[in-house]
Design a protein. Structure first.
Length: 516
């Protein structure tokens, strides 16, 4: 990590902590002026919950409450991953009690503090006490709000988040075609108009939180297989873009080339969807006659199963089909069987493998992998090494069976590792990557220094030599792609939301036709 990057992370982290501290002070002062005990208790509980949620968001996403945090704030996702966070939940409960107590007794604490200050000789008149208390409250709250309104401040970010949620209420009225026109994508090819001719078989491996720092010299002992592929295959760095920094968001972007903004509906929007005007690589695979299989530990997590069905990927294999056992080892083992079955039946195929065992905070230990991987300093490092072994073993299988001669493999992380980034100190700028056995000519990447997650869908089709007429958002963008996304979140939300045909109360409503 260079000096500039270090101070950027230091300042950013310090500024976020300062914002949370100022929020606590502001809520404390507001609580201190509430005289009714019942009102102050309700306020204290709500305030403590807000602080707990902000702390949770900072811990997991390194940012204030945002769309990524909102997407996963549902009972289905929380219950699916809660077993990883028992200690963190206990700590948050302690914080909750402390902040409720702090805000509830804030009036007494504020009065006691002011009384102590007024004992100094300068404050020789008791009448100063109330003036000091009032003036201090106004100054502190005013300064706190000003700081939290700075760029990337808590209030500033909250407003941006609010606008993303609000945009979904206008997306249907704008209409799909209108939103595309405003984005200057008027000749976009919708799903029903996709045409495609098959190319090579495709295997896509999405590695949970397995960012490029793991392939650096610092972690050479953990990732020998991926580092070897980095030398043998085509390797391109990929930049994270807004709207794709969580697993289901990354998947949506990989399929469609759009960032995953759906406003207030979140991924739940797919639960009522039956068709998408947005074209995806799934539509291309269907039109070209591929058999498409998606392997994942839990397809019900974060609306993944509904999303896959919407985009024409119907053969979904997870723990429900694997007898409740679908760790990464099981997924790779089943993938081998699926490939052999497709080859024997002479089916052109696409296989997706979405891993999970390197999930934040410390990986999900699979005791079986101790037979293949030596002990490491932590469960996370062990599972990083285990997944590296599984990838190496899988590629060896493909090579041994002569599958690679007509099959393109794509390996990339779904997103950056969540939580504390200090693990990657000394590994350079954080980022993602794409590993593929496709030739550089077939991948036809024009600007290798300006690749984002939104580019992956197009690259996947090109590298496999699939002839098609699909257009992607990246085809229309200027060089600064992520800046374009940030400036057009509302319109992109409109495209995503109004591009879906959904069921409403047993009636079909075409949101594409709604207008202002």
């Amino acid at each position: 990590m260079d000096t500039i990057e270090y101070f950027t992370l230091l300042f950013g982290g310090t500024f976020m902590i300062l914002n949370v501290f100022l929020l606590i002070i502001t809520l404390f002062i507001i609580g201190s002026i509430l005289k009714n005990n019942y009102v102050r208790l309700v306020f204290s509980i709500l305030g403590a919950i807000i602080i707990d949620l902000q702390i949770t968001s900072l811990y997991y996403t390194q940012s204030f409450i945002n769309y990524q945090f909102y997407i996963h704030s549902n009972t289905r996702d929380i219950s699916g991953m809660i077993f990883l966070y028992y200690s963190e939940i206990g700590l948050l409960f302690v914080f909750l009690i402390l902040f409720i107590s702090l805000f509830y007794f804030s009036h007494k604490l504020a009065y006691a503090t002011t009384s102590y200050i007024c004992k100094f000789p300068f404050f020789n008149e008791n009448s100063h006490k109330q003036k000091i208390l009032k003036t201090t409250r106004i100054l502190v709250v005013g300064c706190s709000i000003m700081v939290m309104n700075f760029d990337k401040g808590l209030i500033n970010e909250a407003l941006d988040f609010y606008y993303i949620l609000q945009s979904s209420t206008t997306s249907n009225r704008r209409g799909f075609d209108k939103a595309l026109s405003q984005l200057k994508m008027g000749d976009y090819v919708c799903a029903e108009n996709i045409k495609a001719i098959k190319g090579k078989n495709i295997i896509i491996i999405s590695l949970e939180s397995f960012e490029k720092g793991y392939l650096s010299e610092k972690f050479a002992k953990l990732t020998p297989n991926l580092r070897l592929l980095k030398e043998k295959w085509n390797y391109n760095t990929i930049k994270p873009n807004d709207g794709s920094s969580w697993t289901s968001g990354s998947l949506y972007t990989c399929l469609t080339g759009f960032p995953a903004y759906f406003g207030v509906d979140g991924n739940a929007i797919f639960q009522t969807a039956h068709h998408s005007e947005i074209s995806s690589i799934g539509n291309v695979f269907e039109k070209a006659g591929y058999k498409t299989t998606f392997l994942i530990e839990n397809a019900s997590f974060s609306g993944t199963q509904e999303m896959l069905h919407t985009f024409k990927i119907d053969n979904i294999i997870d723990k429900e089909l694997l007898g409740g056992k679908a760790r990464d080892k099981d997924l790779f083992d089943r993938a081998k069987l699926e490939i052999q079955s497709n080859l024997s039946n002479k089916n052109p195929f696409v296989i997706f493998i979405s891993t999970v065992d390197t999930h934040f905070p410390d990986g999900i230990l699979d005791e079986r992998m101790k037979a293949y991987v030596s002990p490491k300093k932590s469960d996370l490092e062990f599972m990083v090494s285990a997944v590296d072994y599984l990838v190496g073993d899988f590629v060896h299988f493909l090579d041994k069976e002569n599958i690679l001669s007509n099959t393109v493999v794509y390996i990339f992380p779904d997103h950056l590792k969540m939580g504390d980034p200090s693990l990657f100190d000394g590994t350079g700028e954080r980022g993602l990557y794409l590993l593929s056995n496709a030739t550089e000519k077939d991948l036809s990447v024009k600007d290798r220094n300006n690749l984002y997650q939104i580019d992956l869908a197009k690259i996947i089709l090109k590298g496999a030599l699939i002839q098609n007429n699909q257009k992607f958002m990246t085809d229309y963008l200027p060089s600064n792609k992520n800046q374009f996304i940030q400036k057009n979140v509302n319109l992109l939300t409109s495209v995503n939301s109004s591009g879906l045909l959904r069921f409403y109360s047993n009636k079909i409503r075409d949101t594409k036709d709604d207008e202002d």
